[in-house]
Write a protein that binds this ligand. Structure first.
Ligand code: GDP
Length: 362
């Protein structure tokens, strides 16, 4: 499955957050072996619709979609030149599909900051600089080969790749990540894919705040602006670690007392899943209610293929009702009566909240 790498300077709350994520029963439910390796955790993607469906169908169990988080230690100044755990850090991050930067905004005299004081924008810059330098090294290494291939083959695609890489180099030289700058410069990231550049991955940001900062809309607005177009999530990692120890109702009460409707962990997983370019569709029956992971824009046969390749090969049609219509009518039979159930063919693009039954030849 696709993964998000958790990256940040030392002492910003990465481990606290990672441990809370992987120990969270609500998110890791049904996954007793949620920790694959010490630094890799599988978490369930929170989706309140699953319970609604399970009630209608009397499902014996609920299986959420899942995704992986990887706790990646070792970013310090100079990591791109092999300082600290530099090389291991770069290799680990290259394997992930998106980068989640944890940025410290909380003050605590007992927790030292590697650079002396708490300064979110400087820390973001420190991390981005290392990622940018690593990408520039990758590009410098690859350019002679790409230039030679473009010269000798004079192939149109090869020239396009060379052009994209040269433009990427310019952006990176200006200290801008490809995630933030490629679109504006008209660079097609697909042309850079073979280089596995770090800053071309989707980014998201977790700001680890003090409890009283959680409701400071001014501060959050400024931090959000700092990282746009990336998504920003605001939480207090220490409180998140406490929340997972509480029964659901008490946790919700504590959250609401802090002006929050959803835990930071839940937001992180939900927004992270979206950042990975993923969405789900739903199936339900007496045995189980389940969310299946597809990429955004997947067609009905592709969605069927996630359940079984035979479903995709023998796809005939998909019987689909939206979750909202199903809940409003109360049952599939009633949804049918009211004309809310659609038959969709092989070109149908799956929509968020589709509840599906596939028809196929075996
Ligand atoms: P890492 O090095 O980034 O993995 O950071 P840790 O998760 O190990 O946290 C470093 C220290 O900061 C620990 O003593 C944590 O208890 C503390 N810490 C983490 N998050 C918070 C927070 O939100 N507020 C406060 N005050 N301390 C925190």
């Amino acid at each position: 499955s696709l993964s998000i790498g958790i990256v940040g300077l030392p002492n910003v709350g990465k481990s606290t957050l990672f441990n809370a994520l992987t120990k969270n029963d609500a998110l890791a439910a049904n996954y007793p072996f949620a920790t694959i390796e010490p630094n890799v955790g599988v978490v369930g993607v929170p989706d309140p619709r699953l319970e609604g469906l399970a009630k209608i169908y009397g499902s014996a169990k609920i299986i959420p979609a899942t995704m992986e988080f990887v706790d990646i230690a070792g970013i310090v100044k100079g990591a791109s030149e092999g300082q600290g755990l530099g090389n291991k850090f770069l290799a680990n991050i290259r394997e992930t599909n998106a980068i989640c930067q944890v940025i410290r905004a909380f003050e605590d005299p007992d927790v030292t900051h590697v650079d002396g004081d708490v300064a979110p924008s400087r820390d973001i810059e420190t991390i981005n600089t290392e990622l940018i330098l690593a990408d520039l090294q990758t590009i410098e290494k690859a350019l002679p080969r790409l230039e030679k291939e473009a010269r000798t083959k004079k192939d149109k695609d090869q020239l396009a790749v060379l052009d994209a890489v040269q433009n990427a180099q310019k952006i990176l030289d200006e200290g801008v990540t490809l995630f933030a700058g490629a679109a504006k410069a008209g660079i097609d990231l697909a042309l850079l894919r073979e280089l596995h550049l770090l800053t071309a991955k989707p980014f998201l940001y977790v700001f680890n705040l003090d409890e009283d900062e959680l409701t400071d809309e001014g501060l959050k607005g400024r931090l959000r602006e700092l990282v746009a177009p990336a998504e920003a999530i605001f939480l207090d990692a220490k409180i998140e670690a406490e929340l997972i120890e509480l029964p659901d109702d008490e946790a919700l009460e504590l959250l609401q007392g802090m002006g929050q409707e959803e835990s930071g962990l839940s937001q992180l997983v939900r927004i992270g899943f979206d950042t990975l370019g993923l969405q789900t569709y739903l199936t339900a029956g007496p045995k189980e209610t389940r969310a299946w992971t597809i990429r955004k824009g997947a067609t009905a046969p592709e969605a069927a293929g996630v359940i079984h390749t035979d479903f995709q090969r023998g796809f005939i049609k998909a019987e689909i009702v939206s979750y909202d219509d199903l809940i409003a009518t109360g049952s599939l039979a009633e949804a049918r009566n009211q004309g809310k159930v659609r038959m969709e063919g092989k070109d149908y693009v799956m929509q968020d909240g589709d509840v599906v039954e596939f028809r196929f030849n075996v």
